[in-house]
Design a protein around this ligand. Structure first.
Ligand SMILES: Nc1ncnc2c1ncn2[C@@H]1O[C@H](COP(=O)(O)OP(=O)(O)OP(=O)(O)O)[C@@H](O)[C@H]1O
Length: 358
């Protein structure tokens, strides 16, 4: 296993002039030995580029990659001793499940007895013990992808195992099981695992640390709780959560936040200077308040959606829109009603130029 340090940028085009010419803007990041990480972000944000730079499939146009302090920027994937699992199964159809799993170990000349033991252990973890002697060609797509996962995990001596959206071909129910399995395997095998996905549930359930990316930038690295409670960038607030964080632009003056002619008393501990800021509050922390409550905003209800486990209330004030996640059947309100929503509290964050400031 290795500690991976990145200090780099990457542009696929020569002579990049502006930020949009870069697939990865300058970033500095460390993946600790034995950690479980996810790279999370929308399509095109640079996740696969970052993964391929770690594996050695892509050489960064600037900067370096260190494994345990050693510069491997120009080393091949084989030299880096990396295992990679792709979106679609990469297996040998003519071999059995056991032969497929054993292949990376045979290549490394592991003694036969140890191969048998390791293949048995991995098959058991992936619940494939009963299929070891079956030919891979006859298996369904998700079983084949499980073999791919197994081939990625089977070698105990790899620097890291990199997964690029590995559950794409797996059906939703099995996906949930496999995610939990991977987490369990991580605890048992103590491998450094780095997992690319655009699915927040997948990232947050699998990883101890999630790297959130947008437009070639890693905007926050944190635990699920960090990303939920204190998004360091408005993108993280929008992207994580369902629905995402509410944001309202307004004026701070004397610890009062003004928006569209209404004023809310701010929490006293924030110490923000006067100026324009964005308030950010998760729908989970918005509550219905009494009229004229100090940290509440008068709004008009647009929609009340009962989604079974909870109710989503949407309200507006001028062009501003707020969503509140309330207990199921907790409100008799309907569209057009006036409502005061409590937006200020200990969980409310403030942003300047999209970055958190308080
Ligand atoms: N081989 C390449 N040549 C030129 N541009 C590329 C190449 N690979 C990726 N890009 C561009 O680099 C940017 C980042 O792509 P990348 O595949 O890393 O993003 P991603 O977050 O993994 O997206 P997806 O989830 O769609 O795979 C995109 O603008 C993409 O078009």
């Amino acid at each position: 296993m290795a500690r991976i340090e990145l200090d780099l940028a990457h542009a696929y085009r020569r002579d990049p002039q502006q930020d949009s010419d870069y697939a990865l803007l300058p970033l500095k990041m460390t993946f600790e030995d034995g950690g479980a990480y996810a790279l999370l972000g929308p399509s095109g944000c640079g996740k696969t580029t970052l993964l391929n730079i770690m594996s050695g499939l892509v050489t960064p146009s600037q900067g370096s990659v260190l494994f345990d302090g050693k510069d491997v920027t120009r080393a091949t994937p084989q030299e880096r001793n990396i295992a990679q699992v792709f979106q679609f199964p990469v297996i040998y159809d003519t071999m059995t499940v056991a032969e497929n799993l054993a292949f990376p170990l045979r290549n490394r000349k592991m003694p036969q007895e140890q191969i048998k033991k390791r293949v048995g252990a991995i098959a058991e973890m992936l619940e494939m013990s009963g299929q070891l002697n079956q030919r891979a060609s006859g298996l369904a797509a998700d079983a084949k992808q499980k073999i791919s996962l197994g081939r990625g995990l089977v070698r105990p001596d790899v620097s890291a195992v990199l997964f690029d959206e590995p559950l794409t071909v797996i059906d939703p129910h099995l996906k949930w099981q496999l995610r939990r399995k991977l987490k369990q395997i991580h605890h048992e095998l103590k491998l450094t695992l780095i997992y690319v996905t655009h699915d927040q549930v997948e990232a947050l359930t699998f990883a101890d640390q999630v790297v959130v990316m947008t437009r070639g930038r890693a905007v926050q690295v944190g635990t699920a709780a960090d990303l939920f409670e204190r998004p360091s960038h408005t993108f993280v607030g929008h992207f994580i959560g369902s629905p995402g964080m509410n944001f309202l632009s307004g004026q701070v003056h004397n610890e009062t936040f003004s928006i569209g002619g209404a004023q809310m008393r701010m929490p006293t501990d924030r110490g923000l200077p006067d100026g324009t800021f964005k308030l950010g509050v998760r729908p989970e922390y918005v509550r219905i308040a009494a009229a004229d409550a100090p940290g509440a905003l008068p709004m008009t209800v647009v929609q009340v959606q009962d989604v079974g486990t909870h109710t989503i209330l949407t309200a507006t004030r001028e062009q501003h829109l707020i969503k509140a996640r309330l207990p199921a059947d907790s409100t008799p309100l309907v569209a057009g009603d006036a409502v005061w929503l409590q937006l200020m509290g200990e969980h409310t964050c403030f942003y300047k130029n999209e970055e958190i400031v308080a």
